[in-house]
Structure formats: structure tokens, C-alpha cells
Design a protein around this ligand. Structure first.
Ligand code: FAD
Ligand code: MLT
Ligand code: ZN
Length: 474
């Protein structure tokens, strides 16, 4: 039951946004449940502002009532950071109505969009102007640019274009006090003091609410070619990465590795996708070569690279997509791993990074450790090898009750994997963020001074602790 203060707040929110955009009844699961359906919260209300001014007024009203706020974009986050907790006291602020493309400056190679703009629409707006917005991930049909920036999303083009942070030139942000920080400059150089944009990016809604962003665009390449290669081991995949960087240079725009069991799940749940070569090798690699000259040039360089890789034995077999349709299908297979894993049942998800040079040793050591400590587990190992980022996921043994497996083994499996990551000098969150899922173990893996500085920044910018409490910092 909302108390008197909450009821007053709801009245104010309805005055600011109109009845239709303050939701308290009906099926709110799209806002209250996380994408993996592992956690369900309960909001005091779901509010849907349509402008930056309305966001600011919502924040002011909540601050006055001492009610906390959880910003949300497409709700595709994988660390339970964008849904309310279970208390029924938090306001869920959805940015989805703020989805306009505000402007595109082709000469400056920039695009300014509102935070709720779906990533795919941002890509399409760039393409309509004959330009490229390179951020790309499996959830691009529903995640938003605000969510991408709040999590500093990575995806499949990071090794060439960087993650969301590198693509952002300016932000408009509503602070915890309800002020608007106007920073949509589109400048590539601006050294006038602390760069608050970088503080907001990756802060997962705990320091401010992103309402709009100016993002970098690139010229469209003349051709994108995709190849799929079977490799005998992770070490061979790393060697192939080195060869690809040497022979394709900046043309190498994607380098994804997929373990056999991950591909077997795609084959099992989506047989129509016809996964190539997966039975022939323990790992497959998806490579993309973007070329500014011509398709013929791209193909020539790609084929040359694959010939050398075959000769060296780091590739046992390979196919180069012959058409755009074939290339799309190969990418679709890669992007379907997460969905195939969800079809197979609940699993223990990891998003780790280690230096690329130690990936083979990390995988060998961690595979052996898990096989020894948790008999029969199935490893769904795949990810952005070109960035040193693996989704080293752990599925219950065949035939095992998945809920019971998670209950009994999740803490142990996380501990084993994270300790291994630490030994190899890595990070326990490469691209998904901390959310509430990793907040408890962050102190074990983050430098204590860095953590204390993060706490001081949080206290300075959000002294009431109203923005997404319990996420990133406990
Ligand atoms: P949400 O899930 O709504 O929110 C995520 C976090 O950001 C929450 O903490 C929320 O409070 C905060 N937030 C959202 N909007 C704002 C805002 N405007 N201002 C301030 N804070 C805000 N991630 C990757 O990095 N790489 C991948 O390759 C990748 N692939 C994925 C594939 C699938 C199939 C799925 C389901 C997810 C994948 N993700 C990936 C995770 C997810 O898509 C990203 O984290 C994405 O950036 C989240 O965007 P969103 O709009 O859905 O944010
Ligand atoms: C991916 O790379 O596909 C994503 O980050 C999603 C996942 O980890 O499942
Ligand atoms: Zn990923």
C-alpha cells in the first residue's frame, strides 16, 4: 500500500505527465521483470516522460518526496540493473517515449538522438544519410542508446570502432537534483575541465539520467565481407586474430569466437539456421572485413589471409559468405547463442575480460578447474575474442534440474571463474556492467581506492542516494 507521501507524489507525477503516462496497474512485467526472467521487482509507478523537461520535473518531485528512481531504456540489460527492487517504493522511469532523432550533421559526422531511441533506429538514421553508426549488438532491435551509454555497451564492432563510450561526443543529462546538464556539443576536442560525459557513461543510472546524446558517425565502407572459420583451439583462434590484424589492418571490424557447445545449442534450437562447420572443430570464428575500396579488393585480402591461416594450421576449414544474405545468416547464428542458451534453460552467465595474450591459458585453466569441481557442467564459451571479452557461461549438467543447479552451484561457480579471472589479470564485467547482480562481489575484485573514490563521487552527485540505489555500489 503506498503511504501518504507516495500518494501525493503520484498526484504530482500525474499532473506533470498526464494520467496515461503514470502506470500503476495492469501487467507491468515488461518494466518490472529483467530480460532473463530471473528477477521480478515491483514499482510504485512506471512513469513515461516525453521530454527532458518532464524528466527533470519527475526527478525534482521524487527528490522532494525522498523516493528513489530507476531509469530504464529497452530493459535488455543482463545484470539486473534496470528494474525496480521488490519493495514497491521505487519509481521506474522509462525513457522509451523519448525516441526522436534530433539532428544529423553529415559534415561533422555526428548524430544527436534522444536517450530512448532504439539502437537499430539510430543505425537506420545514419544509413539513410549514407553513413555508418557502428555500435552493434544482439539486442539492437530493442535496447536504447541511453541504455547503451549507461552500460557502456560493447558488442561486435568494438575492436575497430570502440565501445559506446568511444562513440559518444556529448550528453544531455538530468542530475539527481533535477537540473539539466547541456553537453550536446559534438566537439572532438574540449579540454575545459573534468569530462563529466565519461563519468555518466557506464554509471548505470546511478549518477544521472541521460536524456540525449551526440554520437560519432563514420563513412560507410564500400564492402563488408564475412568469413566463418573452424579452428583447432583457442590458441589457434588468437593466432588467427594476430594474422587478421596484420593482413587486414583497420579493415578487421569483427572477430567473434564460438565454442562447439554454444553452436550445438544454436543447431539444436534453431536448426533452420544451418550452423556451418560446428561439428568439425572445438571452436569457430566469425570474421568481418570492411573495405573502403571495393568488394573485389576485400575478397582478395580475405582469401589471402585465409590461405595463410590454412597453411599455418590455425584454421582447419573456412567459408567466405558469397552474398549479403549469407553474411547476415552467419551473424544471425552468432547473435542467436544467447537466445539458444535461454531456450536450453537457466544458466550462469559471465562477461569477463582478460588480456588477449592469456586467453588460451585462462580457458584451459578454468575449463579444467570447473570440470574438477563441478562434475558434468557444460560450458557455453563464446564472445568478442578481438576485445579479450568472453561470455564464459556455465550450463547445468545434462538432465540436471536447472533451478536446483543454480541454487546449489551458482555461488561456487562464480567464485571459481572470478578467481581465475583475477589470477589472469582480468575484469569480472567487460561490457554488461555491475547492476545488482555483481554488486556484492565487486569489492573482492576492484581496487579498494578506486571503489572508495566511486563512493565519494556518488555521494557528491546524488547525496540522497535516489538514483538507482543498490546498483554498482552497495
Ligand atoms: P536497460 O536494460 O533498460 O538498462 C540498463 C542499465 O542502464 C540500467 O542500470 C538502467 O538503469 C540504466 N539506464 C538505461 N537507460 C538509461 C538512461 N537513459 N539514463 C541513465 N541510465 C539508464 N551488451 C553488450 O554490451 N554487448 C553485447 O553484445 C550485448 N548483447 C546482448 C544480446 C542480447 C540478446 C541481450 C538480451 C542483451 C545484450 N547485451 C549486450 C546487454 C544489453 O543489451 C546492453 O546492456 C544494453 O546496452 C542495454 O540497453 P537498454 O536500453 O536495454 O538498457
Ligand atoms: C553477446 O555477446 O551475445 C552478449 O553480450 C549477450 C550474452 O552475453 O549472452
Ligand atoms: Zn557480448
Amino acid at each position: 500500500m503506498p503511504n501518504a507521501t507516495s500518494l501525493d507524489l503520484l498526484i504530482t507525477l500525474r499532473e506533470v505527465l498526464g494520467e496515461a503516462h503514470v502506470l500503476t496497474e495492469g501487467d507491468l512485467s515488461a518494466y518490472e521483470q529483467d530480460w532473463r526472467k530471473r528477477t521480478r521487482g515491483k514499482a510504485l509507478a512506471v512513469v513515461r516522460p516525453g521530454s527532458t523537461q518532464q524528466v527533470a520535473e519527475v526527478v525534482k518531485a521524487c527528490a522532494q518526496a525522498h523516493v528513489s528512481l530507476v531509469p530504464q531504456g529497452g530493459n535488455t540489460g543482463l545484470v539486473v540493473g534496470g528494474i525496480p527492487d521488490a519493495t514497491g517504493t521505487q519509481v521506474l522511469l522509462s525513457l522509451q517515449r523519448m525516441n526522436a532523432v534530433r539532428s544529423l550533421d553529415a559534415d561533422n559526422l555526428t548524430l544527436t538522438v534522444e536517450a530512448g531511441c532504439v539502437l537499430q533506429h539510430v543505425q537506420e538514421a545514419a544509413a539513410q544519410a549514407g553513413l555508418l553508426f557502428p555500435l552493434s549488438l544482439g539486442a539492437e532491435g530493442s535496447c536504447t542508446i541511453g541504455g547503451n551509454l549507461a552500460t557502456n555497451a560493447g558488442g561486435t564492432q568494438v575492436l575497430r570502432y570502440g565501445n559506446a563510450r568511444e562513440l559518444c561526443l556529448g550528453l544531455e543529462v538530468v542530475t539527481a537534483q533535477g537540473e539539466v546538464m547541456h553537453g550536446l556539443s559534438g566537439l572532438r576536442k574540449d579540454n575545459t575541465g573534468y569530462d563529466l560525459r565519461h563519468l555518466m557513461i557506464g554509471s548505470e543510472g546511478t549518477l544521472g539520467i541521460i536524456t540525449a546524446a551526440t554520437m560519432k558517425l563514420y563513412p560507410l565502407p564500400a564492402a563488408n565481407l564475412t568469413a566463418w572459420a573452424a579452428v583447432p583451439s583457442v590458441a589457434h583462434a588468437v593466432r588467427l586474430l594476430g594474422l587478421a590484424q596484420q593482413h587486414l589492418g583497420a579493415g578487421l571490424t569483427g572477430f567473434e569466437m564460438m565454442g562447439q557447445f554454444a553452436l550445438r545449442l544454436v543447431d539444436k534450437h534453431y536448426p533452420q539456421l544451418r550452423v556451418p562447420l560446428w561439428q568439425e572443430a572445438p571452436y569457430c570464428v566469425l570474421l568481418e572485413n570492411s573495405d573502403y575500396e571495393s568488394e573485389a579488393h576485400a575478397r582478395e585480402r580475405f582469401e589471402h589471409l585465409l590461405e595463410i591461416a590454412l597453411e599455418e594450421g590455425c584454421v582447419s576449414d573456412a567459408v567466405v559468405a558469397e552474398s549479403l544474405g549469407q553474411a547476415r545468416n552467419l551473424w544471425h547464428i552468432r547473435e542467436s547463442i544467447t537466445l539458444a542458451q535461454a531456450e536450453e534453460g537457466l544458466n550462469i552467465k559471465h562477461d569477463i575480460s582478460v588480456p588477449i595474450s592469456v586467453i588460451p591459458d585462462f580457458v584451459d585453466a578454468t575449463d579444467a578447474l570447473l570440470a574438477r569441481e563441478v562434475a558434468g557442467v557444460r560450458l557455453v564459451n563464446f564472445g568478442h575474442l578481438g576485445d579479450g571479452n568472453l561470455h564464459y557461461n556455465v550450463q547445468a549438467p545434462e538432465g540436471c534440474d536447472t533451478a536446483a543447479f543454480l541454487r546449489d552451484y551458482e555461488a561456487l561457480v562464480n567464485h571459481l571463474v572470478y578467481q581465475s579471472v583475477k589470477r589472469f589479470g582480468g575484469s569480472i564485467s567487460a561490457e554488461h556492467g555491475v547492476g545488482s547482480m555483481k554488486v556484492g562481489c565487486l569489492p573482492d575484485y576492484k581496487d579498494p581506492v578506486a571503489l572508495a573514490m566511486m563512493r565519494r563521487i556518488k555521494d557528491a552527485l546524488d547525496p540522497q542516494g535516489l538514483l538507482n540505489p543498490g546498483r554498482v555500489l552497495d
